[in-house]
Design a protein around this ligand. Structure first.
Ligand code: SAM
Ligand code: F3S
Length: 501
């Protein structure tokens, strides 16, 4: 079965009165197994995208087929993120919309997974009588049984227990059959850091590394099915393997060693990873950017603030100078590597002078790109006890200023690719190509013709035109030599010069 991560749900206006006829009557018997439809809305980080795929696989074995519309589903799940409160509000309003679907399909089961589910547990069932099921990240493999239990005995359920570290088993993903060129591979779960603003250690639990043999098996399986690029995932991949070296645990690889082993696997052309904590970023990992040709030259290394005082309040366990020393080493060893980071503005006590240190930092490092966030108090974290004393208007001014300064740096970086010849790994049709006839993008697509999307080693999207109608399929997974003809704000346009292999 080919899997997809469904697109965003959009319900505008009243729900169609014809819903029961078209959708739910479709739940049919197939070889003795009742075929049902599942819709999953994914919010937040790549970890949630990965978890959604695992949920779809587990449900697929129980007879559920993915649909890209909640209106057609017998089971609708929102996979949530609780890193900022804005996302939590989105979850509540989405479930409000889904509640109305139950009027048309009383058998519809509504579930919530992910970090909000873990954090709030059965309180959610009390708050939302239309919610049937709450499932934490450690219980995802139990999902089909939990849904069935709900269908059988009508009990509403919250399954949010953490599995003990030594008992935790990572699910082995199914082989992808959609010919994808890129895939994510979770190498660990949880986080042992205690950044004072962050909810993740509470919602994802303590670090558990996937045994390296399993990571390597998974990558081999993906490579055998055409995957050329793997992204190794974890909240802090830099501490990969540390938990496995606890007394009694078998000796394992550290993260730099893991990268080198993945690079040995035939068929893998590119390796990426995300995300990192500077304190655990070893010299060996930095040096891998120079010594491992398959490790792509893009490093996301979150710093959060340019002020040592704010970093201390954030309990980041690193300062500005030691962070910069790591960047210096990286630039000495592998000057081609593009950098990105995460920054928070308006952390409790952040003064104008602190904020200016952040501006100075980005001018100094000259990140290719960055992710900036307005500080949002998360219940239960240490920073929640501090007065959230930067007014929202000031937080907004700071984030706008930060983005204005960074936009100019990013534009300069993007311009450096003009007219260059780059190696591009093609992934499939461009976003333009996928636009439906009603989409605003359709007009642009008709003007530009067939476009195939790929990425440069620095992870920049490149669109390349082709007259060959099958190019979106036949170029997928191939490395092409592309000359850049047009530089956009966040993507490039180019022409194919030839194949690199
Ligand atoms: N593990 C990563 C690291 O080393 O920093 C970060 C994981 S976190 C889920 C992703 C980003 O969200 C963080 O780097 C931080 O910038 C942002 N973030 C986390 N908690 C936040 C909060 N309470 N308010 C605003 N932004 C937050
Ligand atoms: Fe959060 Fe810090 Fe871990 S940002 S995910 S506690 S490294």
């Amino acid at each position: 079965m080919s899997l997809m991560v469904p697109t965003q749900l959009k319900i505008n206006g009243p729900l169609s009165a014809a819903l029961p006829d078209q959708a739910h009557a479709d739940a049919e018997d197939l070889g003795g197994q009742r075929l049902r439809h599942v819709y999953i809305e994914t919010m937040g980080c790549q970890m949630n995208v990965y978890d959604t795929e695992r949920m779809l696989e587990a449900l697929g074995k129980a007879g559920y087929v993915p649909t890209d519309s909640a209106e057609l589903a017998d089971l609708a799940i929102v996979n949530t993120c609780s890193v900022r409160d804005k996302v939590e509000h989105k979850v509540a309003s989405l479930l409000g919309v889904w509640k109305r679907l139950k009027e048309f399909n009383p058998d519809l089961v509504l579930g919530m997974a992910g970090c909000v589910a873990q954090q709030e547990g059965d309180k959610l069932l009390a708050k939302m009588p239309h919610l049937d099921l709450v499932v934490g990240p450690d219980q995802l493999s139990e999902l089909p049984q939990l849904v069935e239990a709900r269908r059988q005995d009508q009990q509403r359920l919250a399954a949010t227990q953490f599995v003990r570290r030594q008992d935790y088993e990572f699910p082995m993903p199914e082989a992808p059959e959609d010919g994808r060129a890129t895939a994510m591979v979770t190498v660990m779960k949880g986080c042992n850091k205690i950044c004072s603003f962050c909810i993740v250690p509470f919602t994802r639990g303590r670090e558990v590394s996937k045994p390296s043999a399993q990571v390597l098996d998974e990558v081999r399986m993906l490579a055998n099915h055409g995957v050329r690029e793997v992204t190794l995932l974890g909240q802090n991949v830099n501490s990969y393997g540390k938990d496995r070296n606890l007394p009694g645990a078998p000796g394992e690889l550290d993260f730099a060693e893991l990268i080198h082993q993945v690079a040995e696997i035939e068929g893998v052309a590119r390796i990426r990873f995300t995300t990192s904590h500077p304190m655990d970023c070893t010299d060996a990992l930095i040096d891998a950017f120079a010594s491992c040709g398959k490790l792509m030259p893009f490093f996301h290394l979150p710093i959060q603030s340019g002020s040592p005082k704010v970093l201390e309040g954030m309990r980041r366990a690193h300062g500005v100078d030691d962070y910069l020393a790591k960047i210096e080493r990286l630039r000495r060893q592998a000057p081609q590597v593009a950098l990105s980071t995460d920054l928070i503005v308006g952390f409790p006590g952040e003064t104008e002078a602190d904020f200016e240190m952040t501006l100075d930092l980005i001018q100094k490092v000259r990140y290719a790109t960055l992710y900036s966030f307005i500080y949002s108090t998360r219940p239960g974290t240490r920073a929640a006890d501090l007065p959230d004393n930067v007014p929202m208007a000031e937080k907004k001014r700071r984030i706008n200023e930060l983005q204005r300064v960074q936009d100019a740096i990013t534009a300069e970086w993007m311009q450096s690719f003009a007219q260059r010849e780059l190696l591009v790994l093609f992934e499939g049709p461009s976003r333009l190509q996928q636009a439906g006839p009603q989409s605003k993008l359709a007009e642009v697509r008709d003007l530009r013709g067939l476009q195939v999307m790929g990425r440069t080693p620095e992870n920049i999207k490149v669109n390349v035109a082709s007259d060959d109608l099958s190019a979106a399929l036949t170029w997928k997974g191939r490395l092409g030599r592309v000359r850049i003809t047009t530089v956009g704000q966040h993507s490039l346009q180019g022409e194919l010069l030839g194949w690199a292999e």
